[in-house]
Design a protein around this ligand. Structure first.
Ligand SMILES: Nc1ncnc2c1ncn2[C@@H]1O[C@H](COP(=O)(O)O)[C@@H](OP(=O)(O)O)[C@H]1O
Ligand SMILES: [Mg+2]
Length: 375
């Protein structure tokens, strides 16, 4: 059954998005939170590119942005739900900031956070407030109740390399992903091209032609809007289920250590996919799949690697609400109800339904061939 709401391609008016839907209030709070965190990340990435200001071998800029984005999201979600203590499963914890050696960094983070909060009309925070907000992210998650799931900067290597990255926020309700929002500061508003996966010139990072916000509500569709305006209109999006595999584009990690590029090339060849892969960092890949810029996302990490829920939570519901399928390599849906990690059969495959079935079949065939060669 098609989800309720406007037709794909239809533009819906400015915020509030999906007024009347069960989690409309939470969805709009999540969009606001991700916009604020994206602003902080854009500022830090632009400073990063300036070698005069920052030593590129020093990893503290990315750490500052990670912590700052996490604190801002926690601040914005708490502000939207006063009186409640939110449960958040997030990547960062404040341990190193509580140590005296972290005092200077905490001060930098607090300054950055306060400059964004001032623009949003909020009262300035102290360093202690920032630490408390960051530590809201220590929830174990699980299958009962509500948990926010945050990756403050997904694609850390992309962030440092002036490439793609995303602020990723999902909401779990009783074990299912109910909402997902992705802030993608460096994605072009127009169609994604091959070289958009590479480094973006500092002057173009987060400029007017870049910056997308993807948002989905379970049962009510997936949407995209510009990232930088306070309340821009949203457009409903849909995956592109190409009729022929030869017309499909596939996406994978920029970093070959995160996903086996040789294996995915074999799968693509087996399927008759002829276009070269689009390689880029972070969950922007889920967003692009949902908008129809590409038709396949494959991820095959080393077998020892354990996936974390914040690396997929927001992206998965956006793809599903855009009409796509996301499973592990055995065809099982991803289960976000088991705490901070995902347990899955090696690999993640996301695609529109017809293409997804073809990828699953090809992955199994290439796996059998490899096992046969290894035997
Ligand atoms: N050896 C590894 N194999 C697979 N994934 C890894 C990895 N090391 C780190 N990652 C994860 O891959 C994510 C980035 O995915 P992608 O390759 O699609 O950009 C990282 O998110 P962070 O950048 O938030 O740490 C991290 O969680
Ligand atoms: Mg991540």
């Amino acid at each position: 059954m098609a989800p309720a709401g406007p037709a794909p391609g239809a533009t819906v008016p400015a915020a509030p998005l999906l007024a009347g839907a069960p989690y409309a209030k939470e969805l709009n709070a999540a969009c606001d939170a991700v916009r604020l965190a994206s602003k902080l990340c854009r500022t830090v990435q632009q400073q990063l590119s300036d070698a005069e200001k920052v030593d590129k071998l020093d990893d503290s800029p990315v750490t500052v942005a990670d912590y700052g984005a996490q604190a801002l999201v926690a601040w914005a979600l708490s502000r939207a739900d006063p009186g409640a203590r939110i449960s958040m499963v997030a990547e960062e914890d404040s341990a190193s900031l509580k140590d005296p050696s972290g005092a200077a960094m905490l001060q930098r983070i607090t300054q950055l956070v306060n400059s964004v909060i001032a623009e949003a009309g909020g009262e300035p925070l102290t360093g202690h407030d920032v630490i408390d907000l960051i530590d809201l992210g220590a929830s174990p998650g699980g299958g009962a109740g509500r948990h926010w799931v945050l990756d403050p900067i997904d694609g850390t290597r992309g962030f440092v390399g002036m490439r793609q990255y995303a602020v990723c926020l999902g909401m779990l309700q009783d074990g299912d992903v109910a909402l997902g929002v992705l802030g993608c500061p460096n994605l072009p508003r127009g169609t994604f091209k091959e070289d958009d996966g590479g480094a973006v010139a500092a002057s173009r990072s987060g400029d007017a032609g870049r910056g997308l916000l993807f948002a989905a509500h379970r049962g009510h569709g997936a949407y995209v809007s510009g990232l930088w305006d306070a309340s821009p209109p949203f457009t409903r999006i849909r995956v592109d289920d190409v009729a022929e595999n030869s017309a499909a584009r596939f996406m994978e990690s920029f970093e070959s250590r995160h996903s086996d590029h040789t294996f995915t090339a074999e799968v693509a060849r087996h399927m008759g996919v002829t276009l070269p892969p689009l390689r880029m960092d972070s969950q922007v890949k889920y967003g692009l799949l949902s908008r129809g810029d590409a038709s396949i996302f494959m991820r095959f990490p080393p077998s020892s690697y354990r996936e974390k829920i914040w690396d997929h939570c927001a992206g998965v519901v956006i793809v599903e609400e855009a009409g796509g399928k996301v499973t592990d390599a055995s065809g099982a849906r991803l289960d976000f109800s088991r705490g901070r990690w995902l347990d899955l059969d090696r690999g993640i495959i996301a695609a529109p339904p017809r293409v997804h079935a073809a990828v699953l079949e090809a992955v199994a065939a290439v796996g059998r061939r490899r096992d046969g060669e290894g035997a």
